[in-house]
Design a protein around this ligand. Sequence first.
Ligand code: DHB
Ligand code: MG
Length: 247
Amino acid sequence: MIGRARARAAQWLAGYPSITTQEHWTAVDRYICDRLLSQDRVLDGALAASDAAGLPPIATSANQGKLLELLVRVHGARRILELGTLGGYGTIWLARGLPQDGRLVTLEAEPRFAEVARANIASAGLAEVVELRVGPALETLPALEAEGAAFDLIFIDADKQNDPAYLEWSLRLSRPGSLIIADNVIGAGAIIDPDARNPWGEGGGVQGVRRFYDLLGAEPRLSATAIQTVGDKGHDGFALALVTDAQ
Ligand code: DHB
Ligand code: MG
């Protein structure tokens, strides 16, 4: 029956126009941003500074950044942990969703990226809200646990080969009700092909993300899904996982 329903849906969709080029996705992202997002000198400046410093051009897109801000607000998050600061563009979006007394800790392995991020975060007026810790996350996460930190929302967006370890750390640094979001869980579809050319460099990214999915699916304390996206940043997607009180 499910097979029949899927076949009918596929037949229905076959009548839709199919324009699947990067150019078209980018134009549609522009349409969305022009109508729904305000011009923002701070965010534009953060991107320009990241570009001038030669950071990889992989910051979250504007409409996805806005989604992060909205998720923070919908969730009422007061404590956020971000893994992978890059130039701080996504950090600024996340921090903007926080209430007055909210705080965000962000972890960045690359000192050169962190320096750019620190300036961008200060320009956004968020130096008192955001704490940036420099060093590989697997080396800085234990200190957070030792300090008794617990986060309402965790955004995983660092080196993809360590996504499984980041998920385990996220469970240790959260509580029932916390939301875990992971970026880049589709990789232009590479995720379903273990032999695909690695879209995240040579560090075992695809295998890391595939193990991340396996952990996510097997972990009774998490209720999760993942969503494919297209846009400025090609075909990718994010995973959302709610920490439950299941044992
Ligand atoms: C890459 C990393 C990201 O976090 C992202 O959003 C897009 C691409 C990368 O390493 O290629
Ligand atoms: Mg990313």
